[in-house]
Design a protein around this ligand. Structure first.
Ligand code: MCN
Length: 780
């Protein structure tokens, strides 16, 4: 019997080099004549640029070039790929010209022979600013007298996008239960282990550019760079070497990449820029930052009949690659796992004097889940029902798939009751509820929080991406190259940065050819090597990229079967492939080993008529639909009434990712995502002062959780294969961060129920929780 590697918890191939420090990141790339870039960044959130004196910096030994915005105006602007109808699209120059609009915006760049000299010289660039009033609050920004982030628009409203929603008004008119609530989904930050970095090497002789970037999207970056700089795309090679995490923040084209390219062209030498942590806090995109007003119409049994959702989404000062589209994803996913008949959503994008927002793990979907899951708990509290019962009343039944939501999204498959049932079983729901009641008598406050989510993963399909205005397709590519010895190279358009594609793609291909995963190596992240691919984000790689690799391998196998049939003098239909060899059906002694067929393909002494030598194929997979992973998470907390400290006592996650390729990698993805979600719920927060100064610009002020701050997670899976791809897989990368925040907040609010607390906004740091309890007398 052939062993199947799909479904096996193989250790990650890539960890062999990473664990011993042999990974090669952008900062490890050193080229002859390398120069280093440092940026002068605005200390003001909003100011007019009066003058910039670069003389002292230029005079320093080791400084090779200094540029200001005016000198490179128009040469490498940032591009937004998700224009919405009627949207105001501001210019974002590589370096600010005339005006700065957020604290940390780059205004000048210095290039020197070593990084320290570049940084010292950047300090000597004397910029005179005329400070202007800044606006950081979205509602204040929409007021008529607000300072304008972009004067030429005459408003800070970037766009208004809506789903009108049929039957919503009628449902509200007849519903016996109606309530509203405001949720603030605050601004957070991705915190990758490796900050951003870029190295541009312009070759004057042949007009070619190589750019090493810590990016999730090498091909898209190459295209955008070509459009932005005018350098022909076929003369650009983008390389994403080892990338130390991105979590969506490296799904972008950033000014710093363009600046390195321009400086390399000006100096004729390679130019590297490596971001420090403070810059990462100010310059890499932020995320979430929604104010969500929800109105709910429901029956007394807890069935939601209609939702009205108004979202204010903070764009920050400019639009990055996908900024406007993120809240649109929230709107489209506003039905969650529930059969809500009527949904109306209005999204307003708002400019403020803050760092631009964009994708961060989940990108719009955690925001939707948060609204829905808090809403379900509020409804349960309103009606005195159990939160699990309210969810069950509203779930889309398993028999109703494919299911079209009121927001127009077609869910592929689901079994929501199954994941909730298993999660309640694992957490021992009845017992914990009884324990909660007992402890309350003793003045101890336990809380139990549920979160049942569905999210969308596996971007494409391309036609749907186009229909919602995204200027990118949703397909992915893969090449499978069998060498004459039978060893295999896979070249993928996906661009992993921590997700383990080198291992999971090898598992897929090993199963097709009946070889060991060690016989399959995977190359990624180099536009010169890989067919055009869209990169890694939106938990798309397994459903779309993995499938492209599978299809390419199947094409190769098909060619090999024809060749084997020729060698065996049999009809291809009579040749079967089993345990790594082609054999004539019913005649086990007439066979050719896979490696022998590979050699024959390259020797080409005897090929079937019309067959080309060689054994490789490329496939592009454009899926017919997205995939819709789902799950049920339960958090159990205890709140200390003296300090407001929240202790997370238990966390259960039961998820459905369809068929699973590597359970251990998937488990790691869930752990990472859940931890980031808990981070948002309890600690992480990007805060600005009213003057637009970033108050949380380091890990002294911005608390990301460590392993010691979270409990061991209890996880399980249910498998409902996705019909959207032949592997039956759904993406798993964003589920944890989608499920966790409402589970934790629901648990804390549940713990505080005796204090009459109905809702608290994240992050639930001790002070906020303590203030909510203070003065309120607990009732048993
Ligand atoms: N997988 C599997 N079986 C499934 C689904 C996935 O074995 N049914 C495996 C895949 O083969 C892959 C991994 O799990 O090895 C994640 O696959 P997938 O869910 O398709 O997600 P992507 O590979 O597209 O990764 C993107 C996703 C996102 S959107 C963010 S953000 C994110 C994340 O994954 N950022 C990460 N995980 C991260 N992990 C690390 N270490 N660093 C990041 O920056």
């Amino acid at each position: 019997m052939t062993r199947s590697y799909i479904g096996a918890s193989l250790k990650r191939k890539e960890d062999r080099r990473l664990a011993v420090g042999r990974g090669r990141f952008v900062d490890d790339v050193v080229l002859p004549g390398l120069l280093h870039c440092a940026l002068v960044r605005s200390p003001h959130a909003h100011a007019r640029l009066v003058t910039a004196d670069t003389g002292a910096a230029r005079a320093m030994a080791g400084v090779v070039d200094v540029v200001t915005g005016a000198e490179i105006q128009g040469q490498a602007p940032v591009i937004c790929a998700w224009p919405l109808p009627g949207m105001h699209l501001p210019e974002q120059q590589a370096l600010a010209v005339d005006r700065v609009r957020y604290c940390g915006e780059p205004v000048a760049a210095v290039v020197a022979t070593d990084p320290q000299t570049a940084r010292d010289a950047a300090q000597r660039v004397r910029v005179i600013y005329e400070a202007l009033p800044a606006v950081t609050d979205m509602e204040a920004a929409l007021a008529p007298s607000a300072p304008l982030v972009h004067e030429r628009f005459g408003t800070n409203r970037c766009f208004l996008w809506s789903l009108p929603g049929q039957g919503v008004d009628e449902a509200f008119a007849r519903a016996p239960v109606v309530f509203r609530q405001r949720f603030v989904n605050h601004r957070i930050h991705a915190s990758p282990l490796e900050p951003r970095g870029a190295l541009a090497a312009w070759d004057q002789a042949d007009g070619t550019l190589r750019l090493w970037s810590s990016t999730q999207i090498p091909h898209i970056l190459r295209l955008v760079l070509a459009l932005s700089t005018g350098i022909p795309e076929h003369r650009i090679r983008v390389i994403a070497p080892e990338v130390g995490g991105g979590f969506g923040s490296k799904l972008n084209y950033y000014r710093e990449e363009g600046i390195c390219v321009l400086l390399s062209r000006r100096t004729g030498r390679p130019v590297k820029w490596i971001e420090d942590r403070t810059e990462n806090f100010r310059g890499a995109t932020h995320a979430r930052d929604h104010i969500q007003d929800v109105e709910v119409a429901a029956t007394r049994e807890g069935r939601v009949e209609a939702l009205r959702l108004r979202i204010l989404a903070d764009m920050g000062a400019y639009l990055q690659l996908l900024t406007p589209g993120i809240p649109v994803l929230t709107a489209l996913m506003a039905s969650g796992p529930y059969a809500i008949p009527a949904i109306q959503v209005e999204v307003t994008g708002v400019f403020t004097n803050k760092t631009p927002t964009d994708a961060y793990r989940g990108a719009g979907k955690p925001e939707a889940t948060y609204v829905l899951e808090r809403t379900m708990d509020l409804l349960a509290a309103e009606l005195g029902l159990d939160p699990a019962a309210v969810r069950r009343v509203n779930f889309i039944p398993a028999s109703k798939f494919p299911f079209t939501t009121a927001t127009g999204v077609v869910y592929d498959s689901g079994s929501y009751d199954a994941v909730l049932g298993r999660a309640l079983e694992l957490v021992q729901y009845e017992q914990v509820r009884a324990e909660q009641a007992r402890q309350r008598q003793r003045g101890r406050y336990l809380g139990i929080g549920l979160s049942t989510y569905v999210e969308v993963s596996g971007f494409g399909p391309s036609s749907v991406c186009g229909a919602v205005g995204l200027q990118a397709g949703g397909y992915e590519s893969g090449t499978v190259r069998v060498h004459p010895s039978g060893k295999i190279k896979v070249i993928t358009g996906s661009s992993p940065h921590g997700q383990g594609h080198e291992t999971t793609w090898a598992q897929i291909v090993a199963d097709v050819f009946g070889v060991a995963p060690d016989d399959v190596d995977v190359i990624h992240g180099d536009t010169e090597a890989a067919p055009y691919g869209l990169g890694t984000y939106g938990s798309r790689s397994a459903p779309v990229g993995g499938t492209a690799v599978l299809l390419a391998a199947q094409k190769v196998l098909d060619k090999a079967r024809h060749l084997a049939a020729h060698l065996l003098e049999a009809a291809p239909a009579d040749v079967i492939f089993e345990a790594g060899r082609f054999q004539v059906r019913g005649t086990p002694d007439r066979f050719r080993a896979f490696a022998d067929v590979a050699l024959a393909a390259y020797l080409a002494h005897s090929l079937p008529p019309g067959t080309e030598p060689g054994l490789e194929a490329t496939a592009f997979f454009d899926p017919p639909n997205f995939t819709f992973p789902f799950g049920a998470h339960v958090a159990v907390v205890e709140v200390d009434p003296e300090s407001g400290l929240v202790e997370l006592r238990k966390y259960v996650a039961v998820d459905d990712f369809g068929r699973v390729i590597n359970p251990m990698i998937v488990e790691g993805q869930v752990h990472g995502g859940v931890t980031q979600g808990i981070g948002q719920a309890l600690w992480e927060e990007i805060r600005y002062g009213q003057d637009g100064q970033l108050l949380t610009g380091s890990y002294l002020d911005y608390a990301v959780p460590s392993a010691a701050m979270v409990p061991p997670y209890l996880t399980d899976r249910v498998e409902t294969p996705s019909p959207s791809n032949p592997l039956g897989v759904k993406g798993c990368g964003e589920s944890g961060i989608t499920g966790a925040p409402p589970a934790v907040v629901n648990a804390v609010v549940d713990a505080l129920a005796p204090f009459g607390v109905r809702h608290l906004d994240m992050p639930l740091r001790p002070e906020r929780v303590w203030r909510a309890m203070r003065g309120a007398r607990p009732c048993a």
